[in-house]
Design a protein around this ligand. Sequence first.
Ligand SMILES: [Zn+2]
Length: 473
Amino acid sequence: MRASIRLTSLAVFLPLALHAQSRTVSDAVRPFVSVEADLVALTHVRLVDGTGAAPRSDQTIVIDGEGIIAVGNAGDVRIPAGAEEIDLSGHTVIPGIIGLHDHMYYSSVGGSMKFMPFSYPRLFLGNGVTTIRTTGSVATYDELNLRAVIERGEAIGPEIYVTGPYLQGGDLSGLRMHPVAGPEDARRMVRYWAEEGVGWFKAYNQISRAELGAAIDEAHKHGVKVTAHLCSVGFREAVALGIDNLEHGLLTNSEYWPGKQPDACPAVPSTAMYGELDVASDAVQQTIREMVANDVSMTSTLAVMELSSPSRVPVDQRVLDALFPAARASVSNYYEQGRTSDDEMSVRVLQKAMQFERDFVRAGGLLGAGSDPCCVSAMAGFADQRNYELLLEAGFLPETAVQIMTLNGARILGAGDRIGSIEPGKQADLVVIRGDPTTTPGDIRNVVTVFRRGIGFDSAKLIESVNGQVGIR
Ligand SMILES: [Zn+2]
């Protein structure tokens, strides 16, 4: 009986798997597809290829099926017979964004950490984010299943690197997390979810060194990596425990707090401490040196960090349009109050965080980026685009900001050979942008077409299709 059921399931699912390989577009996806040809030539583009190389004008990119087969100067690249040629004069092409801290949930008056399986995948893809790591999951099976239906071509969205449930100790954490009760419990949790297929874990702000060390050890035994948004444990302690990546940067490193107790968050949080911190000091630079020496990468999340400085958060009408009415009113109010907010210290703190990221990269650190689209105006895709402007403000060149948001993220995921840059042999994940974000940063929002695995999606249609839905589904 059991055997026959299994055979039946195979018979049903095998063709679906092959279906995805042949990149056929399903009926659910087709209304959003604008380029479906097998052979496509994008001509006369300004290219920022993700490797950190300077922007190049008048380039031709040839896509065959799921892959990029040629990139070069117009005139040097032969356009194959039968290719659909798209003249992109006046446009810029960047690799698909790799969102390294891109949750599939949003918190609003509609609910805390609410899973967004409908709106978020469309907003990510529509805004040019072709790959995400969820970096803290409260609906892990949902994320694994969503990943599977997207890969089958039955739903629209980015490729998802699913992260296990938060590794968080302490209290019941808003009812969304299992409270880790000791090192053995941490190992048990990691083992279970590693076997279920997650590739990453995120430790959270209440965890002991013993629990974190056990989780890292168990994860590595299963070929799984660990990142963290820390508080109770300092960065250097986590580096010594063998962590792979650290989220958010300076403002989640508690080790500079005077009187910090081991395994505990500082008792009286105050932005002032970071505002007064000398990033050039030996204590801070030592953290950076130890991270770099131990190959610990970092995720920049400037867009969500900026939320603490509401006076400088730009009003994004697209964010308001995407929200359901009650949440729209709440975010609208946030924007409104922000205009007159007295947040001078928070602004200074944000600048320190930018300096820390700049120094980390200068020291040879591998920096990726993610939007942390958790709440308020930090929303899927839109916040990833805001990151680009903030990385420029932090002092990175446009091509370096693009590299941080693309190839660096791919390398952190261990997928740098497949995605993250526009080069022959890479998967055809790329973003067509009207204008030139290298000279006009805000142009990063003018996404026209997003290619994922060689299929071009209509950005405007994807974004429009979720109007009024964020916060609900
Ligand atoms: Zn987060």
